[in-house]
Design a binder for this molecule. Structure first.
Ligand SMILES: C[S@@+](CC[C@H](N)C(=O)[O-])C[C@H]1O[C@@H](n2cnc3c(N)ncnc32)[C@H](O)[C@@H]1O
Length: 283
């Protein structure tokens, strides 16, 4: 990092090393799961730098402005706001998405939903139902520009975030608003992907999720399957390839729904934690 101007240096606060130590302790006390990583990410942002730069200049002193920015971010994190909302972005596969409280923070396990779709035939027409930030639709279009990708959501607010991401990433994905497949016209589809809400109502969730993420992106009835029970038959009737992300312990029930809906080849894929996370149906 370049040295700050002398006047600022005079009024400067603690070093990078000290700031990180204090912040890590504070975030640990607040119950954050990865306090050191969070502190590094937030400090790097306050310094308009990268985490690597922090390690290269541990004695570098923060300017007053940087200290203020860091204190602000830390206060939000101490209140258990997700790091992604504080930074305003989240990496997903090979793209960076702008995120805020209008959309779910894209999760690493959802990358698997994109992965299973990479084998689709050239030029296939694919819908991502419940697109949120646009994560699945945009990452897929980024890796498979030959596909035609349509993304839907019941939330206009989420669609605004997804559209802005498509624009910023210059990815040609179209968007439609409405309930599940009701958002789409009758053009035939080759594949339907969805990471729908699947959390059982009244599940006790971490404060990051319970207090900040949109409930309409999370909850789906007493067993978490309310949305999938409607979506699986609709999707199976519309496309020969469907793939759904599901919650822990839901794969078997969703597999059964797929078979009842006429899918003959049903497979589940485990995420990195060994949980059956994506169920794929083909006919
Ligand atoms: C679990 S989030 C997934 C967001 C994004 N696809 C991702 O993986 O990060 C579920 C999304 O489905 C949307 N949704 C919920 N119910 C819906 C419905 N009936 N029809 C369409 N979208 C719905 C929510 O607004 C939310 O954006």
């Amino acid at each position: 990092l370049p040295d700050p101007p002398a006047a600022v240096q005079f009024a400067a606060g603690p070093s990078v090393r000290m700031s990180l130590a204090i912040a890590t302790a504070e975030l640990r006390d607040a119950g954050c799961e990865s306090p050191r990583l969070d502190a590094e990410l937030l400090l790097a942002e306050a310094l308009r730098a990268t985490r690597t730069t922090l390690h290269l200049g541990p004695e570098r002193e923060l300017t007053v402005e940087e200290s203020d920015r860091f204190a602000n971010a830390l206060a939000r994190r101490r209140a258990r706001e997700p790091v992604a909302y504080i930074l305003g972005r989240r990496a997903f596969r090979h793209i960076d998405l702008a995120v805020d409280r209008r959309v779910l923070v894209p999760r690493p396990e959802t990358e698997l939903l994109v992965e299973v779709a990479l084998s689709l035939p050239r030029g296939a027409r694919v819908a991502d139902v419940g697109t949120g930030s646009g994560a699945v639709a945009l990452a897929l279009k980024h890796e498979r520009p030959d596909l035609t990708v349509i993304a839907t959501d019941a939330s206009e607010e989420a669609l605004a975030v997804a559209r802005a991401n498509a624009e910023a990433l210059q990815l040609d994905v179209s968007f439609a608003h409405g309930d599940l497949l009701g958002a789409l016209d009758d053009t035939p589809l080759d594949a339907i992907l969805s990471n729908p809400p699947y959390v059982p109502d009244r599940t006790e969730l971490a404060p990051e999720i319970a207090n900040y993420e949109p409930p309409s992106a999370l909850f789906a009835g007493s067993d978490g399957l309310d949305v999938l029970r409607r979506l699986v038959p609709q999707a199976s009737a519309r496309a020969p390839f469907v793939a759904f992300e599901v919650g822990a312990g839901q794969a078997e029930a969703v597999g059964a729904l797929l078979r009842q809906s006429g899918m003959t080849d049903v497979r589940t894929h485990k995420d990195l934690a060994g949980i059956e996370r994506v169920v794929v149906g083909r006919r």
